[in-house]
Design a binder for this molecule. Structure first.
Ligand code: FES
Length: 182
């Protein structure tokens, strides 16, 4: 074999080692986020302005922010009324003590303004994207975890915490900025 020339077997070995290292690195990133709960930091940075003036009640706006889906939902008075009927027995973390959110959103509706809900659109179990079941909440298609319209998880699924809420603030009545603290 010429010097500096790798044999076929060696090349296969190097490729296998590199592939294992890549898999380990991506697993480490995954483990660092999921399950997304406890004292993990809430997402911040990369300010994204959002115009709320054309967002009707009940419509879920999905935005791409930091390569992840972030949701904005304008909840109705009826939606808010259903939230207050949920009990701590049904919910895994009713007071959001083990969930990730800014302090301004640690309240029963998990938001700064009751009608506007902002959350990362990723299940706290393994990161699948839940869908909105109108008027009820969010359902994860992967292992059936369910969240109410405040992103509070029901305790009969595997997701361990409420949906993550990123930093956000209101720049004006109809202007939201995702990524910056209030
Ligand atoms: S990823 Fe949502 S329940 Fe498993």
């Amino acid at each position: 074999m010429k010097p500096g020339h790798l044999s076929k077997q060696r090349r296969a070995l190097v490729a296998a080692v590199l592939s294992a290292a890549t898999a380990a690195a991506s697993a480490a990133i995954r483990i660092s986020i999921w399950p997304w709960k406890g004292d993990k930091p809430y997402p911040q940075g990369d300010p994204l302005p959002v115009d709320l003036s054309t967002l009707p009640e009940g419509k879920l706006l999905t935005l791409n922010w930091q390569d992840k889906p972030v949701w904005v939902l304008r909840r109705s008075a009826a939606d808010l009324a259903t939230l207050s009927k949920k009990t701590a027995i049904e919910l895994t973390d009713a007071e959001s003590k083990e969930s990730v959110q800014p302090a301004t959103c640690r309240n029963p509706h998990r938001s700064i303004r009751p009608e506007i809900f902002v959350a990362m659109g990723l299940c706290t179990h393994q990161g699948c994207i839940p869908y909105l079941s109108e008027g009820k909440g969010f359902i994860c298609p992967c292992h059936a975890s369910q969240y109410d319209l405040a992103g509070r998880v029901f305790d009969d699924g595997p997701a361990p915490a409420n949906l993550v809420i990123p930093a956000y603030r209101f720049a004006s009545d109809q202007q939201l900025v995702i990524g910056e603290d209030a």
